[in-house]
Design a protein around this ligand. Structure first.
Ligand code: IFM
Length: 449
């Protein structure tokens, strides 16, 4: 008699896919929307690969009904997407643009009709340009601007959005946008980075407080985490690994759950670390209902005094499978980081809110099919790693693949494809990749395929 393998995933586990507004919607200025920092950055010569912008992207703004139908065909139970602040408040604050709200209402209605649960991100990197002109994330007032926008959106949609996310990956916003300058708004200033960090945390706190006043469902936030392993057991490499871990994994979670920044991070920034009012932390550390974790890779760390702030660099591993972004496949790192979050911050509900890989996977010249065995392998092994975390007692509630569609990969433009659905950017034709079919069947088996 054959025994069926037992799934570690609870029956109501939320299987979904994720996207972000600027990466898929296109038409960033349509129907009264204002420009965001990504519109500005991508239209600045030399900032993005091939000069690519999100002007058209996947044209989801016009094709969202077809895209929801695709999600239904795939069998997704949930869809994580972002709302563009610039569509709701073209100038970032003050005047509301009703047409922007109407677009997201239509999308939410479509999802509801398809039986797909939405999970909505309020900030996925596209700050209104008008607010950037006022200092953006460097201006303390950004916390109340964000709460104003969030409140408008909660009031409009809380009846149909069971789960909200305040910020996506604040680490990337400051590290890429204010320290290394590779992402919008493109600053390189280590005095600015900790100010941006702290204002992001304050904005999270303000949006959370606003939600408790008007909302009835669940709210959390999303961080990107990357476990750090030492390249050797030397004191220097061990200390560098500790610094890197504090910088990337604890910098945002410590203030959220413990009410302070890690000492290593404060030390790293030295004289650039600002004096922070202790009362700010009361709002930052209010309880959240769940935490979202985005996981892509690990890092093997060595001491490197040439590198700013962290004084550490990543050592590429021989014989590893790597994505077209040169990211190493390391599924065990996902289990490690989920277990670490539980051990350090407690037993709160966790979701993997992004996980996926960019590979070169062109359509077949014969029949147009897109076969992407490496992505199937990536998903299979990482979903197994989530199962292992559940077996080790982590309170996992859902998993979202990044991404539903091939899309605009920020400064890499359209050169990196993460989708489980292929997009032909010349025709906007969508083709479900073999990974999309695999994922749909895996969902039907609730983790077993
Ligand atoms: O495309 C991004 C997404 O916007 C945020 N998380 C990482 C993804 C892949 O780089």
């Amino acid at each position: 008699m054959s025994t069926k393998p037992k799934t570690p995933f609870p029956p109501d586990f939320l299987w979904g896919a994720a996207t972000a507004s600027y990466q898929i919607e296109g038409s960033p200025l349509a129907d009264g929307a204002g420009p965001g920092i990504w519109h500005r950055f991508s239209h600045t010569p030399g900032r993005t690969s091939n000069g690519d912008s999100g002007d058209i992207a996947c044209d989801h703004y016009h094709r969202f009904r077809d895209d929801v139908a695709l999600m239904r065909d795939l069998g997704l139970r949930a869809y994580r997407f972002g709302i563009a602040w610039t569509r709701i408040y073209p100038e970032g604050k003050g005047r509301v643009n009703q047409a922007g709200l109407d677009f997201y209402r239509r999308l939410l209605d479509e999802l509801h009709a398809a039986g797909i649960q939405p999970l909505v991100t309020l900030y996925h990197w596209d700050l209104p340009a008008a607010l950037d002109d006022l200092g953006g994330w460097l201006n303390r007032d950004v916390a109340s601007w964000f709460a104003e926008y969030a409140t408008t959106v909660y009031r409009a949609f809380d009846d149909r959005v069971p789960m909200w996310v305040t910020l996506n990956e604040p680490w990337v916003v400051t590290d890429g946008g204010y320290l290394h300058g590779v992402l919008a708004p493109g600053h390189r200033n280590h005095f600015e980075a900790p100010i941006a960090t702290h204002n992001l945390m304050r904005a999270h706190g303000a949006a959370l407080a606003a939600y408790r006043a008007v909302g009835k469902n669940q709210i959390g936030t999303v961080v990107n985490l990357e476990p750090k392993y030492p390249a050797s057991q030397s004191d220097e490499d061990l200390a560098a690994t500790r610094r890197s871990h504090a910088y990337m994994n604890e910098q945002y979670l410590d203030p959220l759950f413990r009410g302070s920044y890690p000492d290593e991070v404060v030390k790293m920034f030295g004289e650039a670390w600002p004096k922070l009012p202790s009362s700010d932390f009361d709002s930052i550390r209010q309880p959240i209902d769940f935490l979202g974790i985005n996981y892509y890779k690990r890092s093997v760390v060595r001491n490197d005094p040439q590198q700013v702030i962290e004084r550490a660099s990543h050592v590429p591993q021989p014989d590893a499978i790597r994505t077209t972004l040169d990211w190493e496949l390391y599924p065990a790192g996902l289990t490690d980081i989920l277990v670490w979050v539980k051990e350090r911050y407690g037993d709160l509900p966790l979701y993997v809110t992004e996980n996926g890989a960019a590979f070169y996977d062109p359509p077949s010249a014969v029949d147009g099919a897109v076969d992407d065995p490496l992505r199937v392998h990536y998903l299979q092994t990482h979903i197994a790693a989530v199962g292992e975390a559940i077996r080790r007692g982590v309170n996992m509630r859902g998993y979202f693949v990044w991404s539903l569609l091939d899309n605009y990969e920020w400064s890499h433009g359209y050169s990196k494809r993460f989708g489980i659905v292929h997009v032909d950017y010349a025709t906007q034709k969508r083709t479900i990749k073999s990974s999309g079919r695999w994922y749909g069947e895996m969902i039907r088996g609730n983790g077993i395929r």
